[in-house]
Design a binder for this molecule. Structure first.
Ligand SMILES: C[S@@+](CC[C@H](N)C(=O)[O-])C[C@H]1O[C@@H](n2cnc3c(N)ncnc32)[C@H](O)[C@@H]1O
Length: 261
């Protein structure tokens, strides 16, 4: 897979051997820009609006009511982080759901952060322009409320997320493998879906540990359906496989053991 994807990059550059590509990658004049291009070709960015829809149902039916009861979204905005946001479908689905949910509740404020390692997908996400087949999974009423039909043949795609919803979602670069995430705040909800599968076990554990540090106590972590953390030793309670709640220290097993000893 890596070889096939790299060959694409070699073709773009008109380079005919991996050795020559390596020289370019390690040449100080090209290194920085080439690392960006390399990341863009190597990452798998598949995503969809309403992907793994059961997560959004659970969010609307249990997670949001519970957080709202505790004051999130009322006294301070409810903060959501999509930690591998790809081209934006996941954070915009979250924005649509939160917006719908908040219509019958006032006050309700929220903000969403989308981060990714690929600058190419981040640019697409900021633009928020999508093809017709990409938006097909969305309910008609959401399409009516949040999507605009692009005017003119020069538009990058026929539909665009409207400005009000785009303003709710900020995008930024973040490598989940970095030691320190340097985020502005902790989050009530973190979506980190369909990216852990690309990491080995120790990296997965390190990433989960760091995500937990960025959850408010009692906050919720969503991972992909195939990325269950079953059998791992984290201060998390399982809601359903792939959705977890951060246990405040006094509730976690580790603390209970310490108290007992
Ligand atoms: C398959 S997509 C999943 C997108 C979305 N979360 C979903 O479930 O539909 C995986 C995303 O993870 C990003 N990614 C891969 N490695 C990463 C890393 N080390 N740090 C941050 N993002 C990463 C990729 O660029 C890609 O956009």
């Amino acid at each position: 897979m890596v070889e096939t994807r790299l060959r694409k990059r070699l073709q773009q550059l008109g380079i005919d051997s991996f050795a020559a590509y390596w020289r370019r990658l390690t040449d100080a004049r090209h290194r920085e820009t080439e690392l960006v291009a390399l990341t863009d070709v190597l990452t798998t960015n598949k995503t969809e609006f309403l992907r793994e829809a059961a997560h959004f149902t659970l969010l609307g039916e249990s997670v949001l009511p519970h957080l709202y009861q505790t004051g999130a979204g009322v006294r301070t905005p409810l903060r959501v982080w999509s930690a591998a946001s790809s081209t934006g479908e996941e954070p915009y689905t979250l924005a649509m759901l939160l917006d719908q949910w908040g219509r019958s509740r006032r006050p309700f404020e929220y903000s969403i952060l989308g981060t990714d390692i690929s600058t190419r997908v981040l640019e697409q996400a900021r633009l928020g322009a999508y093809q017709e087949r990409a938006i097909a999974a969305l309910p008609e009423s959401w399409r009516q409320s949040y999507l605009l039909r692009a005017r003119g043949s020069s538009a990058p795609a026929p539909f665009r997320i409207n400005a009000a919803l785009r303003a709710r979602v900020q995008f930024g670069y973040l490598n989940l493998m970095d030691d320190d995430y340097r985020l502005p705040d902790r989050y009530h909800i973190i979506f980190c879906r369909n990216v852990l599968i690309y990491f080995n076990r120790p990296t997965q554990a390190a990433v989960i540990g760091k995500l937990i540090e960025w959850l408010v106590p009692g906050g919720y972590l969503f991972v992909g359906h195939s990325e269950s953390l079953q059998g791992s030793d984290f201060p998390l309670a399982t809601l359903v496989p792939s959705v977890y709640r951060h246990l405040p220290a006094w509730q976690s097993g580790e603390m209970a053991i310490r108290r007992a000893s």
